[in-house]
Design a binder for this molecule. Structure first.
Ligand code: AGP
Length: 620
């Protein structure tokens, strides 16, 4: 997820664009850059690292009096965070600059076509393909056309697959910014003699609150006097006008009280972006970006999955999925314990390390230990170019975008999504599942973003419950099968956010001791497997709910719509849509995230930056 700003009007564009980037820096901070039109010249400056690096460069510029420009803060998806890979990227003759948020899925094909045609690339990014295509398209459009740059944009957008928000400026067009969007946000701001474009309204809210949300597959032309919107083929179109009633601080959180709530709400998109380009229409899994050969995949005879905290919990889910689909034995390890127990591994042991930040020292040390034992290491990571993917043999990036809140939410769901993809890819390469079996699971995965979005509409009972639990002294979480790692994740969220004692248990384990914890009013949260899947799991956990309720527990049951068997034993019943048994964590985790966040807020805690914690633990 990157930050994008465009401006044209009566102010100095460099000031407006840089102000906007400062408000959007939370969306990505791997690099930053601007393209400014100044007296017919296109001035481009870009630097890796924080926005401050760019600010320093621009402070050395005299002039920059121009009133049109675009700017970008990058969350790297293709290509490491370097000056060369920073946006904007230039068209062949340097008279055109483009910035991009998203992923061009067919960029490899486009790049090969351009290189074959003699184009020399200077970056590793998918965005540079767009810059060269725009330069070519612009030259092909008649110079007589007043919408020449917009028409060039439309022709290029017709060739792109994936998710993109694009802004482009051209030195021939001094007061014009052209934008386009598909599967990635773009909003315009209507000013008085000035107009704005941005990834979200926080970039321009101090200048105007009159916004226009662009729809799917639309192109927008912005001048100081006018905003013109078309579809990708030139037909007139309209955006959605609205008045922004947030203040600028709230706007950075998209109107949510906390980044965590915003990131919970982003989960459908985050999972969709992590799946994007990796499932074919014929039901196959394609993980070319993982760069592991079919032979490597077939020779694997054991898998270790390693992580910390939430990443470890995602690893536990990986065990259920990978063993079930591939019949390869899987061990899940806490990174901080892994290397000290002298594990047995070798060249046919696939070691999967999971990390949102890619900088967790416990996980880095575990990775290095596995590499020393010649075990191939696959990183599942959300941060391009970070230490863990850099030191791994292969990487499968999640595309959750920056996760600002310390408590991990969308990163977790995308990590779980990624381990499903790896499990299916292994099964596919080894031929241990029939194509139609894989196709059925792929079809279910495709529906996951929609199911998660549905859960988000059912959260009012959870928010009310959170208020009622603000003074609870402990909460226990139960689950069976993949519901057990979900119970651990729910307990971790509550501990780290509400500073409340919480513990997750395998539901079948309770009677072997922990059930002594139950007394009158003890809150027990139970995620119930689908009755449609392995009903033995469902029936046993209903028995577990009865056991704790018989001892005075207040039961909070999370069960799929239509599961009536649980109703007599649920003091609170939270409904989720049906998903396949192994995929259930993608929906059952969400109520636990909302519950923990709600209790923490009710307690007046700092939800986004809980006490004693850091977003990335870079010490052992
Ligand atoms: C999760 O909510 C915590 N913030 C923490 O457990 C985190 O998952 C853990 O520190 C691992 O971080 P990583 O994914 O960046 O490696």
């Amino acid at each position: 997820m990157c930050g994008i700003v465009g401006y044209t009007g009566h102010r100095r564009a460099v000031n407006v664009v840089m102000d906007g980037l400062r408000r959007l820096e939370y969306r990505g901070y791997d690099s930053a850059g601007v393209a400014l039109l100044d007296a017919g010249e296109l001035v481009v400056e870009k630097r890796a690292g924080k926005l401050a690096n760019l600010t320093e460069v621009l402070s050395g510029h005299s002039g920059l009096a121009g009133s049109t420009g675009i700017g970008h803060t990058r969350w790297a998806t293709h290509g490491a965070p370097t000056d060369r890979n920073a946006h904007p990227h230039l068209g062949a003759d340097g008279t055109l600059a483009v910035i991009h948020n998203g992923i061009i899925e067919n960029f490899a094909v486009l790049r090969r076509e351009l290189e074959t045609g003699g184009v020399t690339f200077i970056s590793e990014t998918d965005t540079e393909c767009v810059a060269h295509l725009l330069g070519q398209a612009y030259r092909a459009v008649s110079a007589e056309r007043s919408d020449r740059l917009a028409e060039a944009m439309r022709r290029v957008c017709q060739r792109l697959d994936g998710a993109f928000t694009l802004l482009v400026v051209h030195s021939d067009q001094p007061d014009l910014v052209v934008g386009a969007r598909r599967n990635s946000p773009l909003v315009a701001g209507r000013g008085d003699g000035e107009n704005f474009l941005a990834s979200d309204v926080s970039a321009f809210i101090e200048y105007t609150r009159e916004a226009v949300e662009l729809g799917q597959d639309q192109v927008i032309e912005v001048t100081p006097q006018a905003i013109v919107i078309t579809d990708f083929f030139g037909a007139p179109a309209v955006g959605t006008d609205y008045h922004v009633d947030w203040d600028s601080a709230a706007a950075e959180k998209g109107g949510y009280d906390f980044f965590m709530l915003k990131e919970i709400a982003e989960q459908p998109q985050a999972v969709a972006d992590t799946l994007r380009g990796r499932l074919t229409d014929t039901g196959e899994v394609v993980l070319d970006d993982m760069h592991m050969s079919p032979r490597q995949l077939r020779d694997i005879d054991k898998v270790f999955v390693i992580g910390c905290g939430t990443a470890y919990n995602a690893g536990l889910i990986a065990k259920y999925a990978i063993e079930h689909w591939t019949r390869i034995p899987v061990e899940v390890e806490l990174a901080s314990e892994f290397r000290y127990r002298d594990p047995v591994l070798g060249p046919n042991t696939l070691t999967i390390v999971i990390s949102q930040s890619g900088e967790t020292m416990d996980t880095i040390m575990a990775l290095r230990h596995a590499s020393e034992q010649k075990a191939p290491v696959l990183a599942i990571c959300n941060t391009i170019g970070s230490t863990i993917p850099r030191e791994s043999d292969a990487v499968l990036y999640t595309h959750a975008g920056p996760e600002v809140a310390v408590a991990s939410t969308k990163a977790f769901l995308t990590q779980v999504t990624a381990v499903y993809l790896v499990g299916l890819y292994l099964a596919q390469a080894r031929g241990v599942l029939f194509d139609d079996e894989i196709g059925d699971i792929v079809a279910a995965l495709r529906k996951a973003p929609e199911a998660i979005a549905k859960v988000l509409t059912l959260m009012d009972p959870v928010r009310r419950l959170a208020e009622s639990l603000r003074d609870a002294d402990q909460v226990l979480f139960l689950g069976r099968h993949v519901g057990y790692p979900v119970a651990l994740e729910g307990a971790l969220k509550l501990k780290e956010l509400a500073y409340m004692h919480a513990e997750g248990f395998a539901a079948g384990e309770l009677k072997h001791g922990p059930i002594s914890l139950i007394e009158e009013g003890t809150v027990v949260v139970v995620t119930v497997p689908s009755p449609r899947g392995r009903s033995v799991l469902h029936d046993k956990i209903v028995s577990n709910i009865q056991e704790v309720r018989a001892r005075g527990a207040r039961t909070v049951v999370i069960a799929e719509e239509g599961d009536d068997a649980v109703v007599p034993y649920a003091d609170e019943l939270i409904r989720v849509p049906h998903v396949a048994t192994l995929l259930a964590p993608l929906v059952t985790t969400v109520p636990l995230q909302v519950l923990a966040c709600g209790i923490a807020a009710a307690r007046g805690n700092d939800v986004d930056q809980p006490r004693n914690l850091a977003k990335s633990v870079t010490v052992e």
